[in-house]
Ligand binder design. Structure first.
Ligand SMILES: [Zn+2]
Length: 379
């Protein structure tokens, strides 16, 4: 396992490519972004928006919102800087946290109308079960719903333009500028968000498609009828999560009140769902040997706010790689499973090559708090 020479990302990250000098593609794209003609992009954004902007105050774009720093920023900027009339669409997370609810209320207080799509809990829970046991991802339905619900609302309300934030997979490359082009389509969703599991596969788990309507991407016919177009704001202006926090926090948006969530470095990301921060990130760590703190510290390095050495020091005091504590009992209660079943499932998704095994039994070595003993540490 090797680590990028510029940031601290390991080579086990899916889709990560290192160049001959040992630098990851994300770090390389930092330089590419410096060459972008942002003025030209802003102009093309303005041109496109002018085709959609309503003159009578009707909603003219949909903004998918979680209540997080980035989506609140998106909503504020689209309304105040670009003079649009957004309808915000929220897909309720697996289990909403208090601070998540407060930040959605904050957005509402800022003058935004929000539609909250709350999937029926009975079927949603079965999708969480499927995600946890079959795919090793406790928040699988959440990843899908945040993409399907806004598109569904775009179709239902006949509002063709959707403004997404940044797109990590595409690294800001080539979104649709023509209205007939759907950038974030069903293929994208299935390729990147669903872990290779098609939504129709859930019928094999006894889940009826008619019970998970909010998770089904509208048909091509419906999309074409409305002319749904998705644009990434991060393509048209340089994306900076710290700037986004500064702007929304000055207006009353809240960080996590308890400090960094389990396994994270900062207190500003993934605050809305009880499991996305702790358990979801921990399962990623079991599979790939890195978690949320690594992601966040890499962002700091690439933004030039921290040196690699400083990041390594900060990393040491994070809880990345430690068994999360805060919401685990909630999760057991939610799925009605016992601790033993829970830990056995975590073991089944653990990449044994990344952790120490007991020499005699061949089982994963763990301390009394179920923490594994890792073989590789960023250096
Ligand atoms: Zn890197």
């Amino acid at each position: 396992m090797k680590y990028c020479k510029k940031c601290i990302m390991p080579s086990t990250r899916p889709e990560q490519v290192f160049n001959v000098d040992g630098i990851c593609n994300a770090c390389l794209s930092v330089n590419q972004k410096k060459d972008i003609d942002w003025q030209a992009r802003k102009k093309s954004f303005e041109d496109t928006l002018s085709k959609y902007r309503s003159s009578n105050g009707d909603y003219d774009c949909i903004i998918p919102v979680s209540g997080g720093k980035d989506s609140c920023y998106q909503a504020i900027v689209m309304k105040e800087k670009y003079n649009m009339s957004p309808l915000c669409v929220n897909h309720s997370p697996c289990e909403l946290t208090d601070v998540g609810r407060e930040n959605l209320e904050f957005l509402s207080e800022q003058g935004f109308d929000i539609i909250s799509v709350i999937p029926n809990r009975k079927s949603y829970k079965e999708m969480v079960r499927l995600g946890f046991f079959k795919l090793g991802d406790s928040c699988w339905p959440e990843h899908i719903g945040i993409f399907t619900a806004p598109v569904r609302m775009a179709v239902n309300y006949n509002i063709p333009l959707i403004i997404w934030g940044e797109n990590s997979q595409f690294e800001y490359g080539g979104p649709a500028l023509q209205s007939e082009n759907n950038f974030l389509d069903k293929n994208w969703l299935e390729q990147f968000q669903m872990l290779g599991h098609r939504i129709s596969d859930v019928v094999h788990e006894g889940i009826n498609l008619s019970d998970i309507k909010t998770h089904i991407y509208p048909s091509d016919e419906e999309i074409n009828h409305v002319g749904v177009t998705g644009l990434f704001l991060g393509y048209f202006e340089p994306w900076d999560s710290k700037r986004n926090v500064d702007i929304v926090e000055a207006r009353g948006w809240k960080r996590n009140p308890d400090g960094p969530i389990d396994g994270a470095y900062n207190d500003i990301e993934n605050l809305d769902c009880k499991w996305i921060g702790g358990l979801h990130d921990y399962m990623k760590y079991l599979k790939f040997g890195y978690g949320r703190a690594t992601d966040q510290l890499c962002i700091e390095i690439r933004a030039g706010r921290m040196s690699r050495e400083e990041a390594l020091k900060e990393y040491e005091v994070t809880t990345e790689g430690k068994m999360p504590t805060k919401y685990i009992q909630d999760f057991l209660d939610y799925l009605d499973i016992d601790e033993d079943t829970f830990h056995k499932n975590l073991d089944s998704f653990t990449n044994k090559a990344l952790f120490c095994l007991d020499e005699t039994t061949g089982k994963l070595l763990k301390d009394s708090d179920f923490n594994l003993s890792r073989k590789y540490i960023p250096s």
